[in-house]
Design a protein around this ligand. Structure first.
Ligand code: AMP
Ligand code: MG
Length: 479
């Protein structure tokens, strides 16, 4: 299908006007296409060759309306850094409508009713990060919003210094957030809250429609999906950085990419967000914060489902789901396919060892995937070697219980331990190049984002070791 043939619907607008504000995008000056993801375009049934069309730029810039599109911003509240903010909403995201189960949204398309002090814009730097990271999370098999296209422009945007405005056309099966429920709960609009729950069931959990106890079942799925996503973050070493309840998708996927980071050296205390002085959203706190956020959602749902039931469900299922998913992923990363009661201890021991060794988390597992008894290959990656050497001896002993061949184990491990992770220092290089008008690195990164477990001989430069000064750095929230 050609992009001009897309026909959108706007089911969210069938909820009443308390839920949104109709607003037109404010186009950027002299927009140009930086990149488009063919892989994401397929989700809408689009042909590759329509992505270079001038029309795509106009659509992303909000200057061409697709058939059926009605533009609007969504209203929500949220707990930001633990404090409740009664009204947030899409301050710089404008929704276009829905096609093929995906809601299209322009991030950076101008002011809305919910912009507060903001300018409604997103800068090139943060837009490149969100565009690539959305696609990389998908490549890693982690539930996420997607990004179809990225445009740059000549519009000046004020941040710490003048930057250029950009827009990402992003897609998600839902843009409802925990904070959307919190908004109606605070207002005491229980009729609206129930309408929202019905909408969420229709959109994200249609199999629950009209079943007995469907709101409790909806909450159960949200708990399990969220626990699964966070377990995946922890296993791959991803720090989101701003886990406010308004940044928590109701279907548990990863959304709203800001000052995120992948761990360089394994450090469970790592805080990627520069403004998060106390480390509320540090790497190690992510599971606990997800639980806390789910508890806020449970509280917001009390008018339609008993708090006692949701609380009990949260306490039962979150930890159980998280632990089961996390451990199964860690066992796979380590190549442990037979079960052994001492494996949990082996994981804990390994993490403690990595924490003290000064070793790159991703590189460690990629090397471990090819481990054949030669310890020096792995020990060369770290500064403090003694503990890791001791652990490797125990690991080697444990591997003797495995039934598959060495080659089989290597193949399986290489398929779950990515070689290409979008580290901040690499993204930063791509951003610097893009500021000079060179977008080839963005295309290279998009390629490895979609195939992070593969080998790309020409693209080895994208997985070079992080320079010392760039290791586990903190990022500014301004975007
Ligand atoms: P975030 O933590 O980036 O998801 O943003 C929190 C809230 O601030 C959301 O409601 C955003 O829409 C809003 N926001 C962030 N940046 C801007 C901006 N430049 N202009 C308007 N609203 C913004
Ligand atoms: Mg947000």
């Amino acid at each position: 299908m050609k992009i001009s043939a897309l026909k959108l619907t706007t089911p969210y607008l069938e909820l009443d006007s308390l839920f949104f504000d109709k607003v037109e995008p404010t186009p950027l000056l002299r927009p140009y296409l930086i990149s488009a993801s063919k892989n994401a375009a397929k989700l809408l049934g689009l042909h590759d060759n329509t992505l270079s069309e001038e029309l795509l730029v106009k659509i992303v810039n909000g200057s061409h309306k697709l058939e059926g599109s009605e533009t609007f911003a969504m209203c929500y509240a949220g707990h930001q850094f633990g404090y409740f903010v009664p009204r947030l909403g899409d301050g710089r995201a404008i929704n276009l409508g829905k096609v093929n189960g995906w809601n299209l949204q322009l991030k950076g398309a101008g002011k809305t009713l919910y912009s507060r002090q903001g300018d409604g814009r997103a800068v090139l730097r943060s837009s490149i990060r969100e565009y690539l990271m959305s696609e990389a999370m998908y490549g890693l098999g982690i539930a996420t919003s997607r990004a179809l296209a990225l445009i740059g422009s000549d519009t000046d945007v004020a941040r710490e210094y003048w930057e250029k405005g950009a827009i990402v056309l992003r897609l998600s099966p839902t843009w409802v957030r925990f904070g959307t429920f919190e908004y109606f709960a605070l207002k005491g609009r229980h009729d609206k809250l129930q309408k929202l729950a019905d909408y969420v069931i229709d959109e994200s959990f249609p199999h629950l429609k009209n079943t007995e106890g469907m709101y409790l079942k909806m909450y159960e799925e949200i708990v399990k999906n969220t626990a699964t996503t966070i377990a995946q973050w922890q296993s791959v070493g991803f720090n989101h950085g701003v886990m406010n309840t308004d940044n928590m998708s109701i279907d548990g996927r990863t959304i709203d990419y800001g000052p995120f980071a992948f761990l360089d050296d394994y450090d469970t205390n790592y805080i990627c967000n520069h403004t998060d002085a106390e480390g509320r959203y540090s790497f190690k706190n992510q599971p606990g914060i997800a639980h806390w956020n789910l508890a806020q959602l449970a509280r917001a749902l009390t008018s339609i489902v008993s708090h006692e039931q949701t609380q009990k469900l949260l306490d039962t299922y979150f930890g159980m789901t998280y632990e089961a998913k996390y451990l199964s992923m860690m066992f796979a990363k380590m190549g442990l396919f037979e079960s052994d009661t001492k494996d949990v201890e082996l994981v804990k021991w390994m993490l403690g060892t990595l924490q003290n060794a000064s070793i790159d988390y991703t590189a460690f597992f990629r090397k471990l995937s090819c481990y054949d008894g030669n310890k020096s290959d792995i020990l060369d990656l770290c500064i403090y070697k003694t503990d890791l050497e001791e652990w490797l001896e125990a690991y080697e002993l444990r591997l003797q219980n495995e039934k598959i061949t060495l080659i089989e184990r290597h193949t399986k491990m290489l398929a779950v331990n990515p070689k290409y992770i979008l580290k901040n220092h690499i993204l930063q290089e791509a951003i610097e190049e893009a500021k000079q008008g060179n977008f080839s690195m963005i295309e290279d990164l998009l390629k490895v984002a979609h195939t992070p477990f593969g080998e790309h001989e020409q693209l080895e430069y994208l997985c070079k070791a992080t320079p010392l000064k760039a290791k586990n750095i903190k990022l500014s929230c301004s975007s």
